[in-house]
Design a binder for this molecule. Structure first.
Ligand code: CTP
Ligand code: CA
Length: 221
C-alpha cells in the first residue's frame, strides 16, 4: 500500500538499529577494528524515528552525534553489542547495519603487551564472535521484521541471497563495498527479500535510509 506523505506510519512501533564498527580489544591500549563510519546505520535510525518509530540505536565507536529523537546505546565489542540488542527487546523491527567484527582476540591481555628486546612479534589467536543478526533472527523474542546488511566486494546479489537464507532474516540490504562506500556519502544497494531482488540506484546514504524506512513502514502496514 502507498503511504500518505508526512504521516507517522511507524508510531507505536519499536525499532532496533545497529550501526558502526566494533572494537575488539587486544590489550588495555590496543584493539582490532574496521572502516565502518556508522553513517548508513545512523541515517536509518533517524529515518525510522522521522516516521514515528521509537528507535533504540546500538552503536559501536563512531564520530557521529546521536540522531535526534533516538535512544542511543554506545558499545565497543561485538559481545557488548549483542548484549545491548537483547536488552532492547522486544522490538517490532530490527535493522542490523553494524559492521560487526567477525573475530575477536581469543584472550584479551590484562596488561599492555610489551616489546621485549630480541623477542619475536606476538601471534594473535582469534575466536569467532557471536552473529547478532542470526541470533536475533532465531530469537524467542524475534522482531517481526528483521533486516540485515551484506557488505560484498563481488557477486553481490548472489552472496546476499545466500546470506539471507543462512542468517534467517527477512530482508538483506546488499551493499557493494568494492568502491569508497566505507566512510563515503553514497551507496548502491539491492534489496533482497523472499519475493526477489530490487536494484536501487546509487543514492546518498540519507536517501537509502529514507527509502528503506518507507519500505519498512509499507511492510508493517
Ligand atoms: N552481523 C552480525 N554479527 C556478526 C557479523 C555480522 O550481526 N558477528 C550482521 C551485520 O550487521 C550484517 C550482516 O550480519 O547485517 C551481514 O554481515 P556481513 O559481514 O556481510 O556477513 P558475514 O555473515 O559476517 O559474512 P562475511 O563477512 O564472511 O561476508
Ligand atoms: Ca562479516
Amino acid at each position: 500500500a502507498m503511504l500518505a506523505p508526512g504521516g507517522r506510519p511507524l508510531a507505536g512501533r519499536h525499532a532496533l538499529v545497529t550501526a558502526g564498527p566494533t572494537h575488539e580489544p587486544i590489550d588495555p591500549v590496543r584493539y582490532i577494528a574496521n572502516r565502518s563510519s556508522g553513517k548508513q546505520g545512523y541515517a536509518i535510525a533517524a529515518a525510522l524515528a522521522a516516521l514515528g518509530a521509537r528507535v533504540t540505536l546500538v552503536s559501536g565507536p563512531v564520530m557521529l552525534p546521536d540522531p535526534p529523537g533516538v535512544t542511543a546505546v554506545r558499545v565497543e565489542s561485538a559481545r557488548e553489542m549483542l548484549a545491548a540488542c537483547e536488552a532492547a527487546l522486544p522490538a517490532d523491527i530490527a535493522v542490523m547495519a553494524a559492521a560487526v567484527a567477525d573475530w575477536r582476540v581469543a584472550r584479551e591481555a590484562t596488561q599492555k603487551l610489551k616489546k621485549e628486546p630480541g623477542a619475536a612479534a606476538p601471534v594473535l589467536e582469534m575466536a569467532l564472535n557471536p552473529d547478532i543478526l542470526a541470533t536475533l533472527s532465531r530469537h524467542a523474542q524475534r522482531p517481526g521484521l528483521v533486516v540485515g546488511f551484506a557488505a560484498e566486494t563481488e557477486k553481490v546479489v548472489q552472496h546476499a541471497t545466500e546470506k539471507r537464507l543462512r542468517k534467517g532474516c527477512d530482508w538483506i540490504v546488499a551493499n557493494d563495498v568494492s568502491g569508497d562506500v566505507m566512510g563515503g556519502e553514497r551507496n548502491t544497494v539491492h534489496l533482497v527479500t523472499a519475493e526477489g531482488v530490487e536494484d536501487w540506484p546509487e543514492l546518498p546514504k540519507s536517501e537509502v535510509a529514507e527509502r528503506l524506512a518507507r519500505r519498512i513502514a509499507e511492510a508493517m502496514a
